[in-house]
Design a protein around this ligand. Sequence first.
Ligand SMILES: [Zn+2]
Length: 374
Amino acid sequence: MRFSDIPGLTEIKQRLIRSAKGGKIAHAQLFMGREGALNLPLAIAYATYLHCAKRGEQDACGECPACTKNVKYIHPDTHFVFPISNVKGDKDEDRFRADIHKSWRRFLLEQPFGNLSDWTSSYGGEDKQAIISKDESREIIKTLSLKPFESPIKVMIIWQPEYMHPSAANGILKIVEEPPPSTFFLLVSNNPERLLPTTLSRTQQVIVPMLSDDELEQYLAGLPGLEEKKRTKIVIEAEGNLRLAQALIESDEEDHHERLAVWMRTCFKRDYPQMITMAEEFHEFDKLQQQALLHYTLTMMRETLLALSGADTILRSRNGEQKFVQDFSKVMTVNRIEKTNQLVTEASYHLERNGSAKMIFLDLSLNVSKVMNS
Ligand SMILES: [Zn+2]
């Protein structure tokens, strides 16, 4: 991963490059951004830049031995720590570590903009809570006690340190504060408020914003076969979240539209057997499709809200959607839409944290049904 592989964020890339060139690199930095921000790719691109033997003005060279290895995530002086679920089975510790690191490299190559749930699904751990175990602090200290193998420096990237076992988090405080020479910590967090205050105070913060609509638009314009109308719609829906934009490209909106119409009718009629059938159907979708459906639901709620307030719709919905919005605005009020939005947002949150999709969708249906009939 190099800076040029990441859309937009020009200003922050420039700031990182300047700090590296000026030799003023904080020894512990916290790349923080909301879910969907590109803070992990950015930290990786930064590590690649720090290791590069022929740094350019805008990016790492991409050709030196260090770059070649970092592109494949096999540079021996770029270390990764990340949450994993307990899926060890009967493997011994070393074997397990080797396998999980192989899965990690494959994940970074295949889903460079993926999130925690993409990661856990990629190795079959989606039903279990992923954490950074309490033994990990010892591993980090051990790894950093060795001299760098090939590079003058060492980089330790800790992804989602908020999932660290408290004793691991405490165990690395000292080394984060005073790392060995030429060692850099890059912590990458979506929920910095869940970190220990002592961890926060030891790091320099790098705030990674979501992509702007223009940046996302530009990125999507470079993809083949995406017509302008659909592109514009995705930019509005994705709100700067590249991963979500990718899911929206793949998802078939016509299907979601039909599905949402049937689903909402089911909730309105309090058709409980049908709610169960639909929850089972949604359970079979992959996670991106489930999230895309919830996101589409929020979009249509917003359209209905606009219709209720007499404003023009943003999406200039297609015929079927306009009809849905018209019918829906007859049974919904502003208050009901607000409540439903909250329920859908909560469901989306629980899905990301690997709850059972069937239970989440069934709960959601029951609660939405209650709201609609209140
Ligand atoms: Zn290079």
